[in-house]
Design a protein around this ligand. Structure first.
Ligand SMILES: [Zn+2]
Length: 662
């Protein structure tokens, strides 16, 4: 997600965040104790770790995972790492007149972990629900038999059996469904679900507005069971985003004729829904480096762009993705083209880039091209874009919200639109490809997307929006004592401002500090090895990030992370004191901001010569609060001392960088 840029809009975002959302994530089973250990602890463990507790406990949980062999000390996956799987076959009917979505589907969960889930205890399956969602049916259709492949006949497929299970317990956004049998390693369970909800207005991440429908978090979803913390079934509280396992989707969407549908997957039945002329233009777009109109303004009527028919069924599929969302409207036009990305191992692949928007949003005429630019730039900076298409759609959400291969955006002008699209496209790498937990560790995806947004802006315009390299909101709270560490779960910050700073801007501060200290190429190399280790929807934890991304920091790695990423320090290099002892100047350099970067002390002498003495971050850290003491000979010849004379570093207090003070 990316909040709108203006502070006033941020306040609006705060209010909206308190509004109830409809459907959200579901899922799973019994609480884990301190991480999954055995089926016994799974069944009988104490209350699940939630919120700040899991974040505070992350280091010991992570170390236990290393000991179990699912992770490695160097931050890479261990030989025993597992990632759970799911397969969703969903059918959605959108009724714009009543603004209702009716859904049904089969949801299959595969236990790839070595743990028997729910053995010996009332086994449970948790399913997502929220205040606005009516669950008409949710039942176990088939469990056991290791029948991951094939299509077993659901045991509760009849209407009567599919009525809402009396044992279903719904707590906020989490529903728990008992299983008759524990789910053994390698086994799967299939649920049958039917639900319905009124599509809200004013919800922060999805909803409807002016004939535009954005459906995100619209179906029951399994919670994540991972190798570090076990089940993650924190209830949805609006601020935090989500945590999902990679899954396969086969989704049909029924909409009135004339509506265009964009989705997280690949359209499988264009011939069933689009006129031949539109399909021809789409084929042409798939060869066009500059986006072209696929559906024009004058074609937005039923039977013109789409085939005749009161209702049309659009079918999409997606493989190994974290979620599935779709967008539908009769009010929009459609542009498409391609991006060129390097193929791993050589050659070039094409990615379909698309934009759907209401035609009076004139800045959107370049939106598909903004998608192209971001995909091409990030594919070079990181690794190739992980999907076959990417679509930006307009409306509904203030700022932007990401779903796999789909983002919904509202922006005030072309520059903001470019920035937000870049941010959301960056999310296709983090967390859509590198599947971190957005709820507990929002900074792991929002921080990287915020960094990449700056990479894109600098690539296009030569500069980003940070003044002197300092992000806007972080500048407001740094030095105030009010900043909160990134080590809080998203829902546990005191305010939207401190959450925004921690999730979006502190990581940018840390990554910029890292690049200044160790070089841009060291940062890029770190990000790439982090991606190589964890892409494909696997679930890195903060220690994995620090070990791989900050690898170039060597033995200063943990100190750097503590100061710059987890801490609330800032850079303030200060000449605290200059003491004259005979002909020697004893200079004390301190770091009142509690964070350090390497710099030089420029010593200017009466003859105009300037000598630069190294002042390293390691030496400043080692000196601690007392400060680093340097003895300079020939005191009488010195006319000026200055730290970071080139103004290369984001020092928040320049007044104490120089001696004599002015
Ligand atoms: Zn974001």
């Amino acid at each position: 997600m990316r909040p709108s840029l203006l502070p006033s809009s941020l306040a609006v975002g705060l209010l909206l965040a308190a509004a109830p959302l409809p459907a959200q994530a579901v899922a799973a089973s019994p609480p884990a104790a301190a991480g999954p250990r055995s089926s016994d602890t799974l069944a009988r463990g104490p209350a699940p770790l939630t919120g700040t507790r899991v974040v505070a406990a992350v280091d010991s949980l992570w170390s236990a995972a290393v000991a179990r062999g699912t992770r490695s000390q160097d931050g890479r996956p261990g030989p025993k790492l597992f990632t759970q799987g799911a397969r969703y076959r969903l059918h959605a009917t959108l009724d714009p007149a009543s603004a209702t979505l009716a859904g049904r589907g089969t949801l299959r969960y595969l236990n790839r972990s070595p743990d028997t889930l729910a053995r010996g205890a009332p086994s449970t399956e948790r399913v997502p629900v929220t205040g606005g969602v009516t669950v008409e049916a949710l039942c176990v259709a088939r469990a056991g038999g290791a029948a991951w492949r094939g299509a077993p006949a659901p045991a509760c497929a009849t209407e009567a059996e599919a009525t809402r299970d009396r044992a279903l317990a719904i707590d906020g956004t989490v529903a728990t469904l008992p299983l008759a049998h524990p789910l053994a390693p390698g086994d799967s369970v299939e649920l049958l679900a039917r639900w319905r909800f009124v599509i809200p207005r004013g919800a922060p991440r999805m909803g409807q507005e002016g004939g535009v429908f954005m459906l995100g978090y619209w179906y029951p979803q399994f919670a994540v069971y991972d190798d570090v913390a076990g089940w993650q079934a924190d209830p949805y509280l609006a601020t935090g985003e989500f945590y999902m396992d990679p899954a396969d989707y086969d989704v049909t969407v029924v909409v009135p004729g004339g509506m265009l549908v964009a989705a997280s997957g690949t359209l499988r039945n264009a011939a069933d829904v689009l006129r031949p002329a539109v399909r021809d233009r789409l084929a042409q777009a798939m060869r066009s480096l500059s986006p072209i109109p696929v559906v024009r303004d004058e074609e937005r009527r039923a039977g013109t762009a789409t085939l005749p028919g009161e209702r049309l069924t659009w079918r999409f599929t997606a493989t190994g993705v974290r979620d599935f969302a779709f967008y539908a409207s009769r009010a929009v036009v459609w542009d498409a083209g391609i991006a060129l990305v390097p193929r791993t191992g050589g050659g070039t692949d094409t990615v379909l880039v698309q934009a759907l928007y209401r035609p009076d949003r004139r800045e959107w005429r370049r939106a598909a091209d903004y998608v192209r630019v971001s995909i091409e730039r990030f594919s070079r900076y990181l690794w190739p874009y992980p999907a076959r298409q990417m679509t930006a759609v307009e409306g509904v959400v203030e700022g932007g919200m990401e779903y796999p291969a789909l983002t919904v955006v509202t922006a005030g002008d072309a520059r903001e639109l470019f920035t937000v699209i870049a941010h959301e496209v960056a999310h296709m790498w983090f967390p859509m490809d590198v599947g971190s937990d957005e709820r507990r560790f929002a900074w792991m995806d929002e921080g990287l997307a915020s960094w990449l947004e700056r990479v894109a802006l600098r690539g296009e315009t030569g500069r980003d929006d940070d003044v002197d390299g300092v992000p806007e909101y972080w500048r407001m709270v740094a030095r105030s004592g009010g900043e909160e560490s990134v080590l809080h779960a998203s829902d546990h910050f005191r305010s939207t401002l401190t959450y925004t700073v921690a999730a979006y801007e502190r990581p940018v501060v840390a990554l910029r500090a890292f690049a200044l200290e160790y070089g841009d190429s060291a940062l890029v190399a770190g990000l790439r090895q982090y991606g190589q280790a964890w892409r494909g929807g696997r679930h890195p934890y903060p220690p994995d990030f620090v070990r791989l991304v900050f690898a170039a920091a060597g033995d200063q790695r943990d100190a750097f992370a503590t100061e710059w990423l987890y801490g609330t320090g800032w850079l303030d290099l200060a000449i605290d004191d200059v003491d004259v002892r005979g002909d020697t100047a004893v200079v004390r350099i301190t770091t009142p901001g509690r964070a350090a970067l390497s710099t030089t002390l420029a010593v200017t002498r009466r003859d105009g010569s300037v000598t630069r003495l190294p002042v390293t971050a390691a030496a400043l850290r080692a000196a601690g609060r007392d400060g680093l003491v340097l003895a300079l000979p020939d005191m009488r010849g010195i006319t000026q001392l200055e730290l970071d004379a080139e103004r290369r570093l984001p020092d928040l207090d320049r007044a104490n960088d120089r001696w004599p003070r002015r």
